[in-house]
Design a protein around this ligand. Sequence first.
Ligand SMILES: N[C@@H](CCC(=O)N[C@@H](CS)C(=O)NCC(=O)O)C(=O)O
Length: 326
Amino acid sequence: MGRLAQGVWFDQEDQIDEDGQYRRQATQHRDWITADGDFQPEAGRYHLYVSLACPWAHRTLIYRRLKGLESLISVSVVSWLMAEHGWTFDQNLGSSGDALQGLQYLHQLYTLDSPDYSGRVTVPVLWDRKTRRIVNNESADIIRIFNAAFDELTRSTLDLYPTALQEEIDRLNSHIYDSLNNGVYRAGFATRQGAYEEAFDAVFATLDELEGLLDGKRYLAGEYLSEADWRLFTTLVRFDAVYHGHFKCNLRRISDYPNLQGWLRELYQWPGIAETVDLQHIKRHYYQSHRSINANGIVPKGPQSSLGSPHGRERLPGRGIFQGAG
Ligand SMILES: N[C@@H](CCC(=O)N[C@@H](CS)C(=O)NCC(=O)O)C(=O)O
């Protein structure tokens, strides 16, 4: 791990405060793709940089698939190992290589965009080939961009953020982000017992609550499968394999929650989604990169996965992804 300061890379282990709490840095590139802006929707213009291990980047790959953007937006995958140079394009360690400019390290992309950049170097990154700039490196934005900005080109009518559900989706997102999506990291990287326990309690309070919610509802926001579900999915699909052990979130596993487990299987089995889930990449990344919490980098062999087993959620009314007018 490390960061750029005035365009220069240096190693820095963590983002831990004096009180032992992990704090994620705010994202710096937040531009949008619009028909009348600097960044316009065009086939072949944009490139996505992802890690297959990263839950935030994973969201963008899922949207690229669901919204039929695969032939319009190309992808480079970084190595699973994030060590002294941060994210790399080392093809011996699981990277596809940088398809655009043959870079060695992801931080070089950030300094191509702005030579004096200061801050963390994170995935996902949505890159514009035309202006050679970073459009956006916030997954929450990139999935909203993918949900709508290219519809004229793809003719996709799927809407994962339909107007009628926006308020509910936003409410679910902000609660789930703090306590769960980011909560597992706060538990895993805490350096004081109190900070860990506070994060741990929030993780399981939210899982318990969601287990109850999914007892009566097919999806988080009701009958439609929406953005709220996919944002949760990328955290829960990593939970039993990584967060339960590596991040010490071990009160229960997702497989101990019947409703969450069924919901997770249904989403995993959604057309095209299983191909975006690479559990080897995921396990290697976390267990080998975070040496401060796993000094020897041993990667556990288990657990067995039952993601492909019947989900049993047909008993609840569901209408799939909302179809807009197009
Ligand atoms: N807010 C960002 C967070 C992305 C993020 O933290 N990505 C992690 C990988 S899971 C990363 O690249 N970390 C590198 C670092 O912080 O140095 C998003 O949701 O897109």
